[in-house]
Design a protein around this ligand. Structure first.
Ligand SMILES: *Cc1c(COP(=O)(O)O)cnc(C)c1O
Length: 231
């Protein structure tokens, strides 16, 4: 896609996201737009950056390694939003500004052991019950892990992330997002989480519902870049 078209789409989506956030009676800046750039070249990311879009999401370490400059050498904030295997944890920490898809206590322990400075993460909750999805399987599993994660020296849990049900109807989708928000509120009451603010939910097909349910970060790929090939 041409840079001009990409920027026009960005402006359009950014405007609608702000509008939806205002309708939900929250300040427009309370919902951030994350551009999901998987399968798209770094040049396309830079074209968006020139139009003010600085937050990006990638879902694979390998792809990120191949196309992204190092953390210190780019003007972009790029988070990992796809499942992370333990054996790629070190690379992921070096490459991404935040890991939004921490989905097991084992992975959290591994990350904490590999870094020396505070590092931000989100915990992913499976709110749809679909077996194929990653994420802690329910709130009990999430809270069991949080009991230990809050004591870890380096990990800073900034919030929760989820994916809406695949092809779910509006009711099922809203229910999933609502579950994430409720777990977020309960976690906030129960644990000592000094910078816990992010509810990452909503993608191209369901972001308005996510904002209505309290999303603070919508992850948009297709609606911005157009359809992906292969995946
Ligand atoms: C690909 C992806 C998105 C974006 O999906 P679109 O439907 O293309 O907007 C959001 N979140 C995650 C975790 C993804 O892998």
């Amino acid at each position: 896609m041409r840079s001009d078209d990409l920027r026009a789409r960005l402006m359009d989506i950014q405007g609608r996201v702000t509008e939806a956030a205002n309708e939900s009676l929250r300040k427009g800046d309370a919902v951030r737009l994350m551009a999901v750039s998987k399968t798209h070249p770094y040049a396309a990311m830079l074209a968006l950056a020139a139009a003010g879009q600085l937050l990006f999401g990638e879902n694979r370490v390998q792809e990120g390694e191949a196309k992204l400059p190092d953390k210190g050498e780019r003007p972009l904030t790029i988070n990992l939003i796809g499942h992370l295997q333990s054996n790629k944890a070190r690379k992921a920490l070096a490459l991404f500004d935040r890991i939004d898809s921490v989905d097991s206590l084992r992975l959290a322990r591994r990350l904490d052991g590999l870094i020396e400075e505070p590092y931000p993460i989100l915990l992913e909750l499976n709110t749809s019950g679909e077996a194929a999805k990653h994420g802690f399987k329910d709130e009990d599993a999430l809270f069991f892990a949080l009991d230990e994660i809050v004591t870890m020296e380096h990990l800073r849990v900034e919030g929760l992330m989820t994916l809406g049900p695949l092809g779910g109807d509006e009711r099922a989708t809203r229910a999933a997002f609502s579950r994430l928000r409720e777990s977020f509120e309960r976690a906030k009451e129960r644990f000592d989480l000094p910078s816990f603010f992010e509810l990452s939910m909503g993608m191209s097909g369901d972001w308005p519902l996510a904002i209505a349910e309290g999303s603070t970060c919508v992850r948009i790929g297709t609606a911005l870049f157009g359809p992906r090939e292969g995946r």
